[in-house]
Design a protein around this ligand. Structure first.
Ligand SMILES: Cc1cc2nc3c(=O)[nH]c(=O)nc-3n(C[C@H](O)[C@H](O)[C@H](O)COP(=O)(O)OP(=O)(O)OC[C@H]3O[C@@H](n4cnc5c(N)ncnc54)[C@H](O)[C@@H]3O)c2cc1C
Length: 471
């Protein structure tokens, strides 16, 4: 059967007439409906090498009632709606590829309550995570999930089930979402979960909506579990003379029962772009590969003992050296360097990033095979990632061009196949969005895809909510 073209698929949808724009203005307020040159800002997110699509209007609701009325109107007129948080996504999930309305949650940015008795924060979905951290820390509490960019919103983090560097010991966003308020395309508002950890009361829509990438409902309010802040933090930065030794050291550490807050690896090729981007030299910057461990312990004594134990293990397993920053400033600089990988490589004009996850004991084998695939396709790949949780990021480091993109696509099919064969999957934390949907079938078998489609139809029978995404 011939595949429908993008144009044919788009033409099934209604257009935003001036009358509908007026109705949107009555719902959300005149200043909260954009139809001018600012549409350009909402035509892209942070995804590499992907086409931009302008929406017909951007709506910035300030209340759940307004979100509900916008969705109801859009549903009645079959207008596509793309929910958007901070626009920092890297799978093109917030790009309005069918036009219509971008529904940006950026004005729903209130912290409703930090409930210190129940260790929860209740907030609107558009709160940037930077503000969430500040609000909970002011009450002596802590939200341990740190995706690499602070302007992302808590609603966007939930919609993508964001991960970050600390998944090894704490888990990912989904492990901290206790409840949600969400709006269905019918305009109905549902409340899922609450300020409690246990719940055996019917289907768990909180978890279903987490990671649903804006395709099932618009998340308007969130209830997040908090912890106490870590007592003391240290970083171990450990160079190796080859990548294999670095990665092979990871299971040795973990098998000792040591669970650091973060355990990252990267290759030498990333060092120079990062130094150029941050304007700072990295310590011990001439080695082939690195591990970086983030340690969080309740007191100084335990922290130092753990740091010594890990250093010994690494040195016995071919580490060249162990660098302990020792000061808060040096620790921050290392974390900042790690967090700047994406922006540093993006500035180099690289073609793509992939976000595969494999069982962590397979990382060394996986990375070895990835480099062989890259060689066959004459591509340059730099690997790095969250070694402690098996999440490997591949940077296709050739300068972006249509010819390179074609080669990257072919290589990716092979690489995803290898990852899935090892028991992994094609996205660990960035989501599928528009960028990876053509590969979803490699990781998800037909019966599960069909079930996903039926779930989608139950939530969104007219397929107006983030159409063109995930599948
Ligand atoms: C430099 C950099 C570093 C990054 N590091 C990490 C990292 O370490 N770990 C990681 O996991 N990700 C990382 N990311 C990716 C990105 O920050 C995350 O995917 C983040 O969760 C997106 O949040 P956002 O608010 O920007 O969402 P957006 O980009 O606006 O949207 C992402 C998706 O969520 C949907 N969505 C957004 N808000 C809602 C809502 N309220 N209701 C329903 N659907 C919604 C959108 O439709 C879209 O499908 C990084 C990105 C950059 C640019």
């Amino acid at each position: 059967m011939k595949r429908e073209s993008q144009m044919t698929k788009r033409s099934k949808y209604g257009r935003l007439t001036s009358d509908l724009i007026s109705q949107l203005k009555r719902i959300a307020g005149d200043g909260n409906v954009l139809t001018d040159e600012r549409l350009e800002d909402y035509s892209h997110d942070e995804t590499l090498g992907i086409e931009r699509f302008k929406p017909e209007a951007v709506v910035l609701p300030e209340t759940t009632e307004a979100v509900s009325a916008v969705l109801k109107l859009a549903n009645e007129h079959c207008i596509p709606v793309t929910p958007r948080g901070g626009g920092t996504g890297i799978s093109a999930g917030a790009i309005p590829s069918y036009g219509g309305i971008v529904l940006s949650l950026e004005k729903m940015d209130r912290i409703i309550e930090v409930d210190a008795d129940n260790f929860v924060v209740v907030a609107e979905a558009g709160v940037p995570v930077s503000e969430l951290y500040k609000a909970v820390e002011a009450k002596g509490l802590y939200y341990p999930i740190h995706p690499g960019i602070l302007s992302s919103t808590i609603g966007g983090n939930i919609a993508t089930n964001a991960g970050g560097m600390k998944a090894v010991s704490t888990g990912v966003t989904r492990h901290f979402v206790l409840g949600l308020e969400a709006v269905l395309t019918s305009g109905e508002v549902i409340q899922c979960g609450g300020k409690y950890v246990k719940c055996s009361t019917g289907y768990d829509f909180t978890q279903l909506l987490t990671g649903s990438e804006g395709t099932l409902a618009v998340i308007t309010k969130v209830i997040i579990r908090l912890t106490l802040p870590p007592g003391k933090t240290e970083i171990l930065y450990i160079p190796f003379s080859n990548l294999k030794d670095a990665i092979n050291c990871v299971p040795v550490i973990l098998k000792q029962g040591i669970l650091p807050a973060g355990l990252e690896f990267w290759e030498q090729d990333i060092v120079k772009p990062v130094e150029q981007f941050t304007g700072r030299e990295m310590p011990l910057n001439k080695h082939a590969a690195y591990l970086m461990l983030i340690l969080e312990e309740p007191d100084e004594g335990r922290l130092n003992r753990l740091a010594r134990r890990i250093s010994d293990i690494c040195l016995q397993n071919n580490a060249v050296d162990v660098y302990v920053p020792g000061s808060e400033r040096a620790r921050k600089q290392l974390i900042q360097a790690r967090e700047s990988f994406y922006l540093a490589l993006e500035r180099e004009g690289i073609a793509a990033i992939a976000d595969i996850v494999v069982p962590r004991s397979f990382i060394a084998d996986f990375v070895g095979q990835v480099h062989r695939v890259a060689e066959r396709h004459s591509l340059k790949i730099i690997t790095c990632g969250h070694a402690g949780d098996g999440n490997v990021h591949l940077w296709f480091a050739d300068k972006d061009s249509p010819a390179i993109r074609q080669r990257v696509k072919k290589a990716l099919v092979e690489i995803y196949g290898i990852g899935v064969e090892m028991g992994g999957t094609i996205s660990g934390e960035h989501g599928i969005g528009l960028a990876k949907k053509e590969y979803l079938g490699i990781a998800v078998e037909k019966s599960r895809l069909d079930l996903m489609r039926r779930v989608k139809r139950a939530f969104d029978p007219n397929n107006i909510l983030n159409p063109d995404k995930v599948f």
